[in-house]
Design a protein around this ligand. Structure first.
Ligand code: TPP
Length: 519
């Protein structure tokens, strides 16, 4: 088929499958697709974003999927350009998001030849994405559409009139009888809920469900319910559960972040049920999984009788919470102390994206509990520190007052993300970089403490890089905060602000030492 006609056909199939946003990463091979998309934008059929760096573009598109609750496509040229999408496709697979890669390829005869910019692109993402024409795609989960195009093409005027919006899929009922029975059965050995990330539409139903059960809850910030469920929450929950493990765990939402979830691998006697949108059990050992939109599953469980706190965790919670408050007051410039301070400021934000590694963990443990923080997000599919800024930018592209908080290596990973800055809303946008000079999470892991100095340095990657220069390169404002008092006059502005926070290393060490000694 004529290259331009094929490009037009590809984009029309994308429109038919419900894709309305495209991130364009241009090259000679995908130029015909770019031409068709530019015409579609002019005809107001699509919104276009552009980036030169496909890894960033992939994560940005993932953020768009999250925010739109609809598909988003990245359009790449051939060769390693297409391969740069792999991390975002993996993340989309585990998050079950409709991220689509439209990869321009050289004609099939080039495969295996080593000719310039010709790689084995068909099925490039392996188990992480289906591959074929967009008419074959279910509309759920990641997908690759690989199109063989010539570089030469003649431009024609496209006709987008055949674009039909996709039919709403009918929802299948989910079988919940066994879970309903399990919830009513003997709870004398303790039933605890671990709540991972939830979609916004899932949250309210989950709140009512857990409030009725009145069981102890450990809710991640990404559930959106961390503060709203504080009345049945477990401060310092991971330690409390380790000391007194319950017989039954109900997990709701994404795979929980905390230590106790990981420890469940070695406690097969604890019975685990998961209600999850993605269907991943999140455990390598046996457990029960119900896959479906969480709010619908919870709703079909019907009215819940109060189960309560049969192991008496709540008797400890007030004291634990008070102990944590004391430590945070004693070490305000430690990393947890900073998280507490920043979590007060963040209540003014419309959203908060938390970077993997320590920021998300320390936020779960030490952010304030009194006032809910709007829309807390993260990439917890594969727990990577890559693409965090790009995902955040995509998830909040048209939103004012959006904040993110990431570690310094995480920031260094995604230095080209601000290429999208001028295409997105900047008002009130704040990038908090918790700069502790490397990957300090590895200092917190007990199993790595026996490593020798040289090896420890290899793990941590210490550095003294200046984020002010990165901010200047992209014309972002820059504020450095060495003590919480430096934030008194802090005001986000009309341009993106980089707020570099430098926790006091000694206070952080002292905080954790005192925290470990808490009983
Ligand atoms: C893509 C990717 N590479 C490597 C890792 C392993 N890893 C986990 S945390 C971390 C260090 C992160 O450092 P930083 O962003 O400074 O945060 P901190 O640990 O100091 O909170 C690394 C390298 C990962 N999760 N993802």
């Amino acid at each position: 088929m004529d290259t331009f006609a094929l490009a037009e056909q590809t984009i029309c199939a994308a429109l038919r499958s419900g894709i309305r946003e495209f991130v364009v990463c241009a090259g000679a091979r995908n130029a015909a697709l770019v031409e068709v998309l530019a015409q579609a934008e002019k005809a107001q059929k699509v919104t276009l974003w552009r980036h030169f760096e496909e890894r960033c573009a992939g994560f940005f598109a993932l953020g768009r999927c999250k925010s739109l609750q609809a598909p988003c496509a990245v359009v790449t040229t051939s060769g390693t350009a297409a391969a740069e999408l792999l991390p975002a496709m993996i993340e989309a697979h585990y998050q079950h998001r409709a991220l689509v890669a439209i990869t321009a390829d050289r004609p099939a005869s080039y495969r295996g030849t080593g000719a310039p910019q010709a790689i084995e692109q068909e099925n490039l993402f392996g188990v992480y994405a289906g591959c074929g024409s967009l008419d074959q795609w279910s509309g759920f989960g990641p997908w690759q559409c690989n199109v063989e195009l010539d570089e030469e093409f003649a431009v024609a005027t496209c006709d987008f009139t055949s674009d039909v919006p996709p039919q709403n899929q009918t929802q299948k009922p989910v079988a919940v009888a066994a879970l309903a029975r399990w919830l009513r059965e003997d709870n004398s050995g303790g039933l605890v809920a671990l709540v991972g990330g939830l979609e916004e539409e899932e949250q309210e139903e989950v709140w009512h469900f857990l409030d009725a059960l009145r069981i102890p809850v450990l809710a991640d910030a990404t559930s959106g319910l961390r503060e709203a469920l504080a009345h049945i929450g477990l401060p310092d929950g991971d330690r409390l559960l380790k000391q007194t493990p319950p017989k039954k765990i109900l997990r709701i939402g994404d795979v929980p972040i905390g230590r106790f979830w990981r420890d469940l691998e070695s406690s097969p006697e604890i019975d685990v049920w998961s209600i999850t949108r993605t269907g991943f059990s999140g455990l390598a050992r046996a457990s029960h999984v119900i896959k479906g939109p969480v709010h619908r599953v919870v709703k079909s469980l019907g009215h819940q009788e109060r189960v309560g706190d049969s192991l008496g965790y709540f008797a400890h919670t007030a004291r634990r919470a008070a102990q944590i408050e004391e430590l945070l007051e004693a070490y305000p410039e430690s990393e947890p102390g900073w998280i507490r301070t920043l979590s007060h400021y963040a209540t003014l934000a419309n959203s908060m994206f938390l970077g993997n590694s320590l920021p998300i963990r320390e936020w779960n443990g030490f952010a304030q509990w009194q006032r809910p923080v709007n829309r807390v997000m993260a990439n917890r599919g594969a727990n990577g520190i890559d693409g965090q800024l790009s995902t955040w930018w995509g998830a909040t592209a048209d939103e004012e007052n959006s904040w993110c908080m990431i570690g310094d290596l995480t920031a260094l990973y995604d230095l080209a993300a601000p290429f999208l800055l001028d295409q997105c809303e900047q008002k009130g946008r704040v990038i908090v970089i918790l700069n502790n000079g490397g990957g300090r999470i590895f200092e917190r892991l007990p199993r790595l403490r026996h490593m020798q100095a040289g090896a420890r340095e290899l793990m941590i990657n210490p550095h003294a890089l200046e984020f002010s220069r990165w901010a200047a390169q992209w014309d972002m404002s820059y504020v450095r905060a060495a003590s919480p008092a430096d934030l008194d006059a802090f005001e986000p502005g009309n341009r993106t602000v980089v707020l570099e926070v430098q926790p006091d290393a000694q206070q952080t060490t002292d905080f954790w030492k005192a925290w470990e000694q808490m009983d």
